[in-house]
Design a protein around this ligand. Structure first.
Ligand SMILES: C[S@@+](CC[C@H](N)C(=O)[O-])C[C@H]1O[C@@H](n2cnc3c(N)ncnc32)[C@H](O)[C@@H]1O
Length: 194
């Protein structure tokens, strides 16, 4: 099976599954395909060799990130705290043949971020529990290297829930931000080099 066929299968599975379930824990909540394509462009354009994803679900967005990381000799570390989602994502990664470029970590992100090395991430894709983003901000900015890129999903679809976090990022003089109306809306912020 090609990587594109696997992506298409997962996109269909996610849509069908999410239509059948209303609880967040049962839903896959995948990014859109055009958001995946955007992530692939950003990883390649910025030569982001160390990618951190927070919120793996069943690994759909991980595939897009890992495909791009593999093209530039990079690595994706992806964090997920739900054991059932980790199991699904493990199967996704195995089927993709991209396993050498993915570290799938079964962990709660708050605790994991506390231990993560400073300036160790080139591109950070945030797609988890939005109520935690504001509290995570000091840790997120600590792990992102100068010149690194933060991408946050749902900036348009959940603009209200994202407002305080987005204001924090936009108000940080070390970051330059834009909201891109692709998919569910992506907040993209680059950390200045200096
Ligand atoms: C929106 S889904 C991620 C979708 C995935 N990025 C994709 O597009 O395929 C959010 C995921 O983040 C996970 N999550 C939420 N809060 C988390 C936390 N504090 N630590 C680790 N994972 C978390 C949830 O279990 C859920 O699977």
């Amino acid at each position: 099976m090609t990587l594109q066929a696997l992506k298409d299968e997962l996109a269909r599975f996610g849509a069908d599954n999410d239509a059948a379930h209303s609880g967040r824990a049962q839903r896959m909540l995948n990014i859109t395909a055009d958001t995946g394509a955007l992530l692939g462009v950003l990883v390649r354009a910025t030569r982001a060799r160390q990618v951190l994803e927070i919120g793996t679900s069943n690994g759909y967005s991980t595939l897009w990130l890992a495909e791009a990381a593999a093209a530039i000799g990079g690595q994706v570390t992806t964090l997920e705290y739900a054991a059932d989602k980790v199991a699904l994502a493990r199967t996704t990664v195995e089927r993709s043949g991209l396993g050498a470029h993915v570290a799938l970590v079964h962990a709660e992100a708050t605790a994991w971020l506390r231990e993560a090395a400073e300036a160790s991430v080139d591109l950070l894709f945030l797609d988890a529990d939005r109520s935690l983003y504001l509290a995570w901000w000091p840790a997120l900015r600590r792990v992102l290297r100068p010149g690194g890129l933060l991408v946050v999903d749902n900036a348009v679809s959940h603009a209200g829930q994202m407002a305080a976090f987005e204001a924090q990022v936009r108000g940080d003089p070390a970051f330059t931000s834009v909201c891109v109306p692709i998919g569910n809306g992506e907040l993209i912020a680059v950390r200045s080099d200096g």
